[in-house]
Design a protein around this ligand. Structure first.
Ligand code: MTE
Length: 356
């Protein structure tokens, strides 16, 4: 099925490529079909000269080569990676940012070294509360609120998460070395978090004694959270529960009396996806979908729903919604506090039902 499928280009420089979600064909997204989202030109890094520094609140600042990392215990995780702006093009009111349809998401097996291993080797101290990952890519940001001069792509995760054993410094994607676009030679993967946290081309890890206030988690990749009537800016972090419909696509024609398969993927930031429901009448009634792949922590689950198409004829709105083990249910309405990010509500797919 993958022979004629190609990524959709959303931006040339910096590179942004989208997976055509209708081509979803198994739990693992092939590397050549994995979406790409970069903020600057891809840095071309030579493996032999690449070094990773670990410093800040540590007993002993330390530096690693790629060979050092590869000689450490190798860990793997199957994890979904979704851009926080995925689905923007589907919003009724346009928001700024790359106009992704629904394919800025993929699922891969990532292998490398646990972040915990490196922090322990450097002797992270009790003062550390936040851990920053800095990429080798940098440049000017076209935003009057951005700092003057070049800004490196850098994001942080809280200390407890960094030491949980979950985040990995990855050098292999689906069993192959990372490609330059996906972060060669080494990138971070934070399973369960929006893709912005998974810094590519990592060259430095800094343990901080305060919450990092870098550009890509304050000015950008943040949202307003209203606490007791007071909106506060928060960095985008863990993903909520979400499902997407891969097929049928918008505008498909089906005949009353036909049996069609409605299918897609579902995932959640923590816990596991327990169910997906489908509505073929714009949310009035819901039926349970079959889960067609197992539940693997961090990964997405594929699902499908057989529909014996019945009238009324005309335009029909199909929806899917996922539930997870925390009891969370995917919202059917957009929460606009998320601005141009976190498009996690059920995205309607309109199709045309014709008479037999
Ligand atoms: N890391 C660096 N260094 N520079 C970037 O521009 N983009 C982030 C993240 N890590 C980015 C980065 C964003 S917004 C996303 S969604 C993911 O990388 C995309 O990873 P991918 O291109 O491998 O799919």
């Amino acid at each position: 099925m993958n022979d004629k499928i190609e990524l959709i280009r959303r931006s040339v420089a910096p590179e942004a490529l989208e997976f055509p979600l209708h081509a979803l064909d198994g739990p693992i997204t092939p590397n050549e079909l994995f979406f790409v989202r970069s903020h600057y030109d891809t840095p071309m890094i030579k493996a032999a000269s690449w070094r990773l520094k670990v410093d800040g609140c540590v007993d002993q600042p330390i530096q690693f080569s790629l060979d050092d990392l590869m000689s450490m215990p190798k860990v793997s995780v199957e994890s979904v990676l979704e851009c926080a702006g995925n689905g923007r093009a589907a919003l009724e009111t346009p928001v700024p940012g790359l106009q992704w349809d629904c394919g800025a998401v993929g699922n891969a097996i990532w292998s490398g070294v646990s972040v915990r291993t490196l922090l322990e080797l450097a002797g992270v101290t009790d003062r550390a509360v936040d851990v920053v990952f800095e990429g080798a890519d940098r440049g000017k940001v076209k935003n009057p609120a951005a700092p003057c001069g070049d800004v490196a792509y850098a994001r942080s995760i809280p200390r407890d998460l960094a030491l949980s054993g979950w985040p990995i410094l990855v050098y292999e994607m689906n069993g192959e070395p990372l490609s330059p676009a996906h972060g060669f030679p080494v990138r971070l993967i934070v399973p369960g978090w929006y893709g912005a946290a998974s810094v590519k081309w990592v060259i430095r890890i800094v343990a901080l004694d305060h919450a990092f206030g870098g550009y890509y988690q304050t000015s950008d990749y943040s949202y307003w959270q209203v606490n007791d009537g007071l909106p506060e800016l928060r960095p985008i972090g863990a993903m909520p529960v979400k499902s997407l419909i891969a097929r049928p696509t918008r505008g498909t024609y089906v005949q009353a009396g036909e049996r069609i398969e409605i299918c897609g993927a579902a995932w959640t930031g923590t816990g596991e996806v327990t169910a997906v429901e489908v509505s073929v009448d714009d949310g009035l009634n819901w039926g349970k979908a079959e889960m067609s792949s197992p539940s693997v922590a961090g990964s997405w689950r594929l699902w499908s729903f057989e529909w014996l198409v019945k009238g009324p004829c005309g335009v029909r709105t199909i929806l899917s919604r996922a539930r997870d083990s925390h009891g969370r249910v995917q919202a059917t309405e957009r929460d606009w506090n998320y601005g141009s990010y976190v498009i996690d509500h059920s995205i309607p797919v309109e199709i045309n039902v014709t008479e037999t």
